[in-house]
Design a protein. Structure first.
Length: 330
């Protein structure tokens, strides 16, 4: 292994709660285990998954993460950085490689990541953009694949201005699909610039106000009624449920869609509850598609590591279009 500094600056969280629970401290530099590498973190992005882990919500996640506080003291998932040390059996990478993917504890100067959750960073992207790509990009790609979206299809994307949504819009448009997006009026122009041909204002328009029927609905916002979705969906169309923020304390946004999935078992229309995963082969496929199509994650704003709590507060308030990034390295 290449020698590294004994300490690293990191965001630390010891109890569940809001951004106020995040502190910046000096910690021992982690050591990579089998199948892992140590990264010099260039940037880390925030997403709703990191928010849920911070809050410990829905409550059922605490059974695996820690009942009173997170066992993983350093938060963060999305990462871009440079490999600085290899653990035993860490095949496929070398010291100096520029990578992106997932690292538990990404909000730190140095973080450990499993090689099975990393891939070479796209050469077309900056470190900030690469950091914003992995979690949201893999979710977007897998949602489009689950919905079988291709050239000539018409796809409706709810929550189109968010971290996942803005990449669904770009990737779907790059595949030759007609994209109808649902978002707030304030973000409509930006969503059109990402490739949406029609933008519906979620506060004043219904799904039926677009060019129906839709071949697929990518449901990221989780606000529409199933009856409304099915009414505007093609006879053999697909609804892919990605997520929802309903405030259900124990089950989060998954209780209602689970019930919907059961109701749709015998229907001609498909209902898919997406279970997204970040794996090296998927990241490589994502990087190739992003590079070929000229897709760029939108970085809403960048913050220093010392201001990570402020960045999370911005995400929590719903003001973010695309992704917010914490810039760590130089």
């Amino acid at each position: 292994m290449t020698p590294t500094s004994d300490t690293t600056t990191a965001v630390v969280q010891r109890t569940y709660g809001g951004p106020e629970t995040w502190r910046v401290e000096e910690r021992h530099t982690p050591e990579p285990g089998r199948g892992e590498v140590l990264l010099d973190v260039a940037a880390a992005a925030l997403d709703r998954g990191t928010w849920h882990l911070m809050r410990g919500e829905p409550r059922m996640v605490r059974l695996g993460l820690g009942l009173r506080g997170p066992r993983q003291a350093v938060p963060g998932l999305d990462v871009a950085g440079t490999v600085t040390a290899l653990g035993p059996g860490a095949a496929g990478f070398a010291v100096g490689d520029r990578v992106f993917g997932v690292a538990r504890g990404a909000l730190a100067e140095r973080a450990v990541a499993r090689v099975r959750q990393l891939a070479p960073a796209p050469a077309t992207l900056t470190a900030d953009e690469a950091a914003a790509l992995a979690v949201s990009g893999m979710t977007a790609l897998q949602a489009l694949e689950a919905a079988r979206v291709g050239a000539g299809h018409r796809v409706l994307v709810s929550g189109a201005s968010g971290g996942v949504g803005h990449l669904v819009v770009q990737l779907a448009a790059a595949r030759g699909a007609e994209v109808v997006a649902v978002c707030s009026a304030a973000k409509a122009d930006r969503v059109r610039a990402w490739g949406a041909s029609v933008v519906l204002d979620h506060a004043h328009q219904s799904l039926a106000d677009g060019p129906v029927p839709y071949d697929a609905i990518i449901d990221i916002a989780g606000a529409a009624r199933l009856r409304e979705q099915r009414a505007v969906l093609a006879e053999r169309g697909s609804i892919v449920f990605v997520g929802a923020e309903t405030g259900e304390v124990w089950t989060g946004g998954y209780g209602r869609p689970a019930r919907r999935a059961l109701r749709m078992v015998v229907a001609r229309q498909r209902y898919v509850m997406l279970a997204s995963a970040v794996r090296a082969d998927g990241l490589t496929r994502l990087a190739d598609e992003v590079t070929a199509a000229g897709v760029r994650p939108h970085v809403h704003a960048t913050y220093a590591l010392a201001d990570a709590a402020t960045a999370m507060a911005e995400l929590e308030a719903g003001r973010v279009a695309g992704k917010v990034v914490v810039r760590v390295g130089g």
